[in-house]
Ligand binder design. Structure first.
Ligand code: FMN
Length: 196
């Protein structure tokens, strides 16, 4: 007899990226659970290479102003000017959901680790957050885009240019009429059993 999937397994398969997210977002208590789920991710040598920045309410619009300036600078460096559409998109980037969490991988100056390992740990933290939010009944999406690689954006998040923004995680209530299909992955093309 097949065992029934438990809540964690159900969350893994039902988590889907949902771009249309509205209020209500997670409560303060749920936000703490999501952040703690992130911080519970594995990390090599216990260096805790995580840095989470929470954006709610007005902070999302205020950060939009900084994202807009960063876009203007990126384009200016290429001799270009933004279109009104680009400015609008940048200004409203974080208002697409009631809660955004930036997840960064930060180096520990005392304990050196390959870059890959701090990014892996931070990515595990990000996925833990998405799964926690899914379990709590919220929709989510992991986004990156040019701002994730912009030194000015990194500085505004309080991280160094050599650290990494692994993602901007958006959380909220799944918009009405959207029913994400659970995953039903086929592993045959990505799995092999090693043989000598
Ligand atoms: C590192 C990373 C960056 C991503 N960046 C974006 C993004 O900038 N915009 C977006 O719409 N989705 C982004 N996604 C979400 C993927 O498009 C999505 O996970 C993929 O299509 C699989 O769908 P699912 O999340 O529903 O399983 C990103 C996902 C990852 C892991």
């Amino acid at each position: 007899m097949r065992t029934q999937p438990n809540a964690a397994i159900r969350a893994i398969f039902s988590r889907r990226s949902v771009g249309r997210l509205s209020v209500p977002g997670p409560s303060e208590g749920e936000l703490i659970t999501i952040l703690r789920a992130g911080a519970a991710a594995p990390d090599h040598k216990l260096t805790r290479p995580f840095w989470f920045v929470v954006f709610e309410g007005k902070a999302r619009e205020e950060f939009g102003a900084l994202l807009t300036e960063a876009l203007i600078d990126r384009l200016a460096a290429k001799g270009l000017q933004p279109t009104p559409g680009q400015l609008d998109k940048e200004r409203n980037r974080f208002t697409r959901a009631p809660l955004v969490i930036a997840v960064a991988a930060v180096r520990n100056e005392e304990i050196s680790l390959p870059e890959q390992e701090i990014i892996s740990a931070a990515a595990a933290a990000a996925q833990n957050m998405l799964l926690a939010a899914t379990s709590l009944g919220y929709g989510s999406i992991w986004r990156t885009g040019e701002p994730a690689y912009d030194p000015r954006v990194k500085a505004a998040l309080g991280i160094k240019e050599t650290d990494f923004i692994v993602g901007f995680l958006y959380f909220g209530t799944i918009a009405e009429g959207i029913t994400p299909e659970p995953h039903d992955p086929d592993i045959s093309s990505i799995t092999s059993a090693w043989e000598a």
